[in-house]
Design a protein around this ligand. Structure first.
Ligand SMILES: [Zn+2]
Length: 411
């Protein structure tokens, strides 16, 4: 209290300055102003006082009576914070969040009148009315709800439309990281109408139900073909749009998902939007197990030729994906390859390869489009009968990319 009184004294002393007095006079003569809009013009004089305090002190210093007329700048918008706060609190309470921020769709007419006042009084560096509005509403909502203001990464952005008087919530998606194993063949990673279900739906549907969100997306660290199992753990991030709930029983959800028998998770852990870009940027090696069927019997001694496949291979876009992807030549590194003969016509290959290697084509050769390949080195047509991802070699999928701040702060 003593400090506030001291600040007021300091402010009044500063107003003895002839330049400041002249500006205060110009402001009062420009038209009726509420204490917010008057005080905001003098924000730089003392940063420790609230705008209405400054406004009252300016009037006191100039012996001016407060005005009964509506404010010529904000039309008393800033005196209606109680009503805005009640509406915003109701909206915010319907959605679970730890943090929030307030943003405004401004009324351009208020901004124009404010600019005209700055032109007259000569303070273009004063705080814009929107900023004061956002701060006042944010402070009230923080007090009323016990939630924290987070301007950089709010769970919910409370948007006040000054033209219509409406409050709208922009709800940040819920991001959950985990690693999945895909235990069955014949299932795509993402929702696809030609298939009855997908990894995305098996993981996303129960979470969506509990979070009471609108939709989900699955961001995988790469993906396996529909007919390929993933027995090693592949990192992913599930994104749930417009969640009403953010604190869910993660272990119960993991148990429910694992009961599908098709997909198995280790954990579900909340993460943030920048983690998606980081995950997408990872290009980990993978280890595969491929079952190769040979068109004729191959003596075991010939199999030593498979060692030639370790190193750089050249792959043209496979015929089976040419419809979706452009035809180009890529070089990929096969880092390791071991084999086991199961029958004279069947091999089990364990292959560690760089991200983006087409393994089925490494076996078959894809009519000459992949070179070298199993077909080449054995001199017998080979096809990939079964394929499993055995390991996704991610060193660190937890570290967000420091170059991506994760979106701009709200306006
Ligand atoms: Zn005003």
């Amino acid at each position: 209290m003593a400090e506030r009184a001291w600040r007021k004294t300091q402010f009044l002393e500063a107003l003895a300055d002839p330049g400041l007095r002249r500006r205060a006079r110009l402001a009062l003569d420009a038209g009726p102003l509420c204490e917010h809009c008057l005080g905001r013009l003098f924000g730089q004089v003392d940063s420790g006082l609230a705008n209405p305090d400054r406004g009252r002190l300016v009037r006191q210093a100039l012996d001016a009576a407060s005005s009964e007329d509506p404010c010529s700048v904000c039309h008393n918008l800033l005196d209606t914070m109680d009503r805005w706060a009640v509406r915003a609190e109701m909206a915010l309470r319907a959605v679970e969040s730890d943090t929030f921020a307030v943003g405004s769709h401004t009324d351009p007419r208020i901004a124009e009148r404010e600019q005209a006042l700055w032109d007259t009084v000569g303070n273009g560096t004063a705080e814009p009315y929107k900023q004061e509005f956002n701060r006042l509403l944010g402070t009230r909502l923080a007090l009323a709800t016990g939630r924290e203001v987070d301007l950089a990464h709010p769970d919910v952005l409370v948007l006040a439309d000054h033209r219509t008087g409406h409050i709208r919530l922009q709800i940040e998606p819920l991001y959950l990281r985990g690693r999945y194993r895909k235990l069955v063949r014949g299932m795509p990673q993402c929702r696809w109408k030609e298939w009855p279900t997908s990894i995305q739906e098996i993981i996303g549907d129960p979470v969506l139900r509990e979070a009471r969100g609108e939709d989900h997306r699955l961001h995988g660290c790469g993906r396996e073909d529909t007919d390929v199992r993933c027995l090693g753990r592949r990192p992913f991030i599930l994104e749930v749009r417009r969640p009403q709930q953010r604190h869910l029983d993660w272990s119960a959800l993991v148990a429910e998902i694992n009961a599908s028998g098709k997909v198995e998770l280790d954990t579900l852990t909340p993460c943030r939007r920048p983690d998606v870009a980081h995950l997408k940027g990872l290009r980990p090696d993978k280890t595969y197990r491929a079952i190769a069927d040979l068109a004729s019997d191959v003596p075991e001694v010939t199999l030593a030729g498979l060692a030639e496949l370790v190193g750089v291979i050249r792959q043209r876009t496979p015929l089976r994906v040419l419809k979706r992807r452009s035809n180009r030549l890529r070089r990929r590194r096969v880092l390791n390859l071991t084999w086991r003969q199961l029958t004279p016509r069947r091999l089990e290959l364990t292959i560690r390869a760089q991200a983006g290697t087409y393994i089925k084509e490494l076996v078959s050769g894809d009519a000459g489009r992949t070179h070298p390949c199993v077909t080449d080195v054995l001199g017998v047509p080979a096809t990939c009968a079964e394929l499993d991802v055995m390991d996704v070699h991610v060193e660190n999928d937890q570290e967000p990319n420091p170059n991506d701040p994760g979106g701009a702060p709200p306006g």
